[in-house]
Design a protein around this ligand. Sequence first.
Ligand code: ZN
Length: 112
Amino acid sequence: MDLGIDWFNARWKIDDKPKRKKVSDTVKNHVMKQQHYECFVCHKELPARKHFHHIIPVSKGGDNLPENIIAVCSNCHDMITHQMQLDEQSNKDTKKTEPKNVWNTPPGELFR
Ligand SMILES: [Zn+2]
C-alpha cells in the first residue's frame, strides 16, 4: 500500500535529520582537560559558566565528538558566534552582489 511507504519515508526523513544533541559530560571533561581548563581562544581560566562550541555546526553535520568541540568563556563564545554570523552574511553577500557595470549605471547610483 502506497500510504504505508509514504509514511515510512516521512518517518525516515525525520529520523535522518541531524539532531542538536547535548554534549555529554564525558566529552566536556575530556575537552576541558585537553585545554588545561583554559579558554580555547583567550587562554584565561575557564569560568563556571563555560560554553562548548561546535567547530563544525551540528546543523552542518558536525558531531558531538571531542575533535569538534572547544571549551570557551562566554566572551569568546559571543565573539565566535558573531564572527560566524558575519562570515555567513558576507558569503551570502558575495554570492548576491554582482560587479556594477560602470557604463550602464547612472553616476548617482555608483557611489551608493
Ligand atoms: Zn575566552
